[in-house]
Design a protein around this ligand. Structure first.
Ligand code: WQD
Length: 337
């Protein structure tokens, strides 16, 4: 019997790749997305990749009546909760919008799930919950909090909601996946990261610079205490990340309770390493210069990925060069739209 899985925010960068992975594993996929940071033609493109389209509902997850209609119409067995605003800088400018949207949508979702006896949830969390004081590499037992922006605090608060819910009712299974730096795109070039406006994140800025859309990449800081002076990050291919979600769904089906799991490679790369790898892998220059540090950046952080291997039998398989090739193909095919 095929499983029906609901992806909130499933038309987004991470969600669309999770949808592809689950469809290819034989699941029936429902996407509820308000399209505030994605577009509906992603649904057709997911169908073009897998031969089967997800069932799409344009829905604000915080809209209880709309969400009730989805659960009444579809035999949802588990939920992957990806819907949420995620721009760090915007969250500092508009904290109430972030708290209202990210927390309201989660509370509504959990209440509707409970009312329909659906109690398996995979939550899109972030390494940002580790704050600034933990030693690297981060392990899941480390204290969380001390977030540096409202976006990070919403992830921390939602993890806490899920922890308290699972402690109050053993029928719940909640897996918080702490992403490190998702980059790359599906090898088809049909889905990928499509930021609105000027990209905040590194890889879309690199691909837009290579494409001539941006004049030059500024590497934020060359004087960090790292081997080449630029920041170190744990870049993870979005397809590896999607496979981690499929493995987490299987885990949530077997186990109950709350758990956090890092999704990272465990191998840090520097900003300049990524730029150089991109140039070599795609044989294309990326005009760049080293400029001032960006406020709020940490010098280096990356995952201890042991728990994911032990509990999910999951580890990353794709290389930095794969991430660079796949990101570039997506940029060329779509010009990032
Ligand atoms: C990576 C490195 C920059 C742009 C954030 C969020 C995290 C998650 C992923 C949502 C840093 C440098 C970047 C540029 C640069 N977000 N950089 N020039 O900040 O590690 O993580 O995005 O889920 O929660 O915190 O990612 O891609 O913005 O930056 O030099 O034009 O690239 O300084 O060192 P970050 P990023």
């Amino acid at each position: 019997m095929e499983r029906t899985i609901l992806l909130t925010g499933g038309a987004g960068f991470i969600g669309s790749h999770v949808a592809v992975e689950l469809l290819q594993q034989g699941c029936r996929v429902i996407i509820a997305d308000d399209l505030s940071n994605s577009c509906e033609d992603v649904v057709q493109r997911i169908g073009a990749i897998t031969g089967r389209e997800p069932i799409f509902y344009q829905t604000d997850v915080a809209d209880r009546a709309a969400l009730e209609r989805v659960f009444a119409a579809e035999p949802v067995e588990a939920v992957v909760h990806l819907a949420g605003y995620k721009a760090v800088g915007e969250s500092v400018q508009k904290p109430l919008m972030y708290y209202r949207n990210n927390l309201d949508s989660t509370l509504t979702l959990l209440e509707v799930m409970d009312a329909h006896d659906v109690r398996q949830i995979i939550f899109s969390s972030s390494a940002t919950v580790y704050g600034e004081k933990n030693p690297i590499p981060y392990t899941e037992q480390m204290p969380t909090g001390g977030c540096t922006n409202p976006y990070g605090w919403t992830k921390y608060m939602i993890e806490q909601m899920l922890k308290d819910l699972a402690a109050s009712d053993p029928r719940w299974s909640a897996v918080c996946l702490r992403y490190f730096n998702p980059v790359g795109a599906h090898e088809s070039g049909l889905i990928g990261e499509a930021p609105n406006g000027i990209p905040n994140n590194l890889m879309p800025y690199v691909t837009q610079t290579a494409a001539g859309i941006r004049k030059e990449l500024t590497v934020f800081g060359g004087d960090y205490p790292t081997p080449d002076g630029t920041c170190m990050r744990d870049f993870i291919h979005v397809v590896d990340l999607a496979r981690g979600h499929a493995a987490a769904l299987e885990y949530a089906r077997r186990e109950s309770g709350w758990i956090a799991i890092n999704l990272g490679s465990g191998r840090p790369s520097s900003v300049l390493e990524l730029v150089h790898t991109f140039q070599e892998a795609n044989d294309i220059p990326v005009p760049h210069r080293v400029g001032d540090r960006r406020e709020g950046d940490l010098a280096s952080y990356y995952a201890d990925a042991t728990r994911a291997k032990e509990l999910l039998d999951w580890q990353t398989e794709k290389t930095l060069a794969d991430m660079c090739r796949d990101s570039w193909r997506w940029q060329q095919n779509s010009q990032g739209k």
